[in-house]
Ligand binder design. Structure first.
Ligand code: CMC
Length: 428
């Protein structure tokens, strides 16, 4: 028998159906609440208890530290899969056959040229511009250069918009980095794999032949997979809600990139490295920073610690920590930042403040150390997160559009002034 939730408001009782997900998660379906109760709504700042949609893409269990894309464990995917395969899995629901993957890749390559006029927009940015701002602006600008990708009313139009952005976003990412490094812009090569091409576009220099380092390639592949989706986080919810007004894919993604930029979300990877640097420069006294993080009068937070949904451990952080050690060893890099990170982690894991609040290292705690070892500038770290998250955003946007979800429009409880009489300026 279907479960029912009962709600009593004053002397009136209401019943609501309880809906169950495929992993037995329960939700009270309050769609009819406002109508039947004469205007009562629920309030949940930060949506800590609110499910915004039903989704078949990513499952995570924050208590058990489980993360799965379309039913496949993140550990398996990070170990065995290629980022493009995972992108296909997220967007289309199944792992691709070789033919499906080859066609997907070939369609992406056919759409990887960014209009040359987009360079002019990039040129107009100051060299000091944050690359997340550049990426968000240029992604939005792509709409103007690809107007057919706005109204996607058929599967065919949606597919075309998807392969376009899968092809063009890596170009924009590389351009953002090349601008920082003062290198001429390029378009990569269609003879390379997706990840290899990203590397070549980012790192190649005009005066030497670029060869892909397999260690760096594997680490980047892993990082992109680990970041590829994370159900209804801040940026993904942004992509879905912007898309729910039937704004186009590129405009929705541009909004998602802006949401990701914040230091409480994707911007944490940059913030972590800057924090570790500052601690090292300050003599490596991790205890001092632990005390600051615990002091309620100090705004300092231990960046890379804590997560809205993981209250045990972040499975991505576990994989990244191992990968960081491996990459530094393989590349023969002795980075003192890694020591600061390890001792900070050790102290936090044994400190009642962090233990009681279930604050553990998150995905961003170690990722910056790998990016740094790869030679990626710190301002680019969140851009790399965006590149990885692209297929997840696309998959979520597609699911929302095909599911014909209504426009996202939360309500509020008004706490301002009640009706007042207007006073002329001389009387105020
Ligand atoms: N350092 C010190 N105290 C913390 C931290 C931290 N990093 N994170 C949470 N707390 C404390 C917080 O002060 C609060 O304490 P109290 O109960 O005494 O008021 C308690 O823990 C609960 O924190 P919250 O802010 O209510 O939790 P939240 O679920 O709203 O926030 C979070 C989650 C990720 C925004 C937060 O933990 C944080 O700011 N972490 C640092 C930033 C970070 O690393 N972000 C990356 C998240 S993972 C990548 C991604 O998905 O984008």
């Amino acid at each position: 028998m279907a479960e029912i939730a009962k709600l009593q408001i004053g002397d009136r009782a209401y019943e609501f159906p309880v809906t169950k997900g495929s992993e037995n998660e329960l939700a009270i379906d309050i769609k009819t609440l406002r109508g039947v109760s004469g205007g009562v709504i629920t309030i949940d700042p930060g949506y800590k208890n609110t499910g915004a949609c039903k989704s078949a893409i990513t499952f995570l269990d924050g208590e058990k530290g489980v993360l799965r894309y379309r039913g496949y464990s993140i550990e398996d995917l990070a170990e065995k899969a290629d980022f493009l395969e995972v992108s296909y899995l997220l967007i289309f629901g199944e792992l691709p056959s070789q033919d499906q993957l080859s066609k997907f890749h070939s369609d992406i390559k056919d759409n990887a040229i960014v209009d040359d006029d987009v360079r002019k927009i990039l040129d107009a940015f100051p060299k000091t511009a944050h690359p997340m701002g550049i990426l968000s602006s240029l992604t939005s600008a792509l709409t103007a250069f690809n107007p057919s990708s706005v109204n996607v009313d058929s599967d065919e139009e949606m597919y075309r918009a998807i392969v376009k952005i899968m092809g063009k976003l890596p170009v924009l990412v590389s351009w953002a980095m090349r601008k920082i490094n003062g290198l001429p812009l390029n378009y990569g090569s269609n003879s390379l794999g997706y990840v290899e091409n990203v590397m070549s576009m980012m790192f190649s220099k005009p005066n030497e032949e670029y060869t892909v380092n397999p260690i760096v390639r594997d680490a980047l592949n892993k990082l992109l997979i680990l970041h590829a989706d994370h159900e209804q986080n801040c940026s993904t919810s942004t992509v879905r809600i912007v898309g729910s007004s039937h704004a186009g894919l590129f405009a929705s993604l541009s909004a998602g990139i802006s949401a990701l930029w914040g230091p409480l979300h994707g911007g944490a990877n940059q913030a972590v490295l800057e924090m570790l640097e500052a601690i090292k420069e300050d003599g490596g006294d991790t205890k001092k920073y632990m005390a600051k993080a615990k002091d309620k009068n100090d705004p300092f937070r231990l960046m890379g610690f804590g997560h809205r949904v993981y209250k045990n451990f972040d499975p991505r952080a576990k994989i990244i920590k191992v990968a960081a050690n491996q990459v530094l060893n393989d590349l023969g890099i002795d980075d003192p930042i890694l020591d600061v990170a390890k001792s900070l982690e050790q102290e936090a894991l044994n400190d009642p403040y962090f233990v009681d609040r279930k604050l553990y290292p998150n995905v961003d705690f170690y990722s910056g150390i790998i990016y740094r070892a790869m030679g990626i500038p710190v301002e680019m770290f969140t851009v790399m997160f965006a590149l990885g998250r692209l297929p997840g955003w696309i998959a979520q946007w597609k699911e929302m559009r095909l599911g014909k979800e209504p426009i996202g429009r939360p309500r509020q409880i008004y706490t301002g002034e009640t009706l007042r009489e207007f006073k002329n300026i001389a009387q105020r």
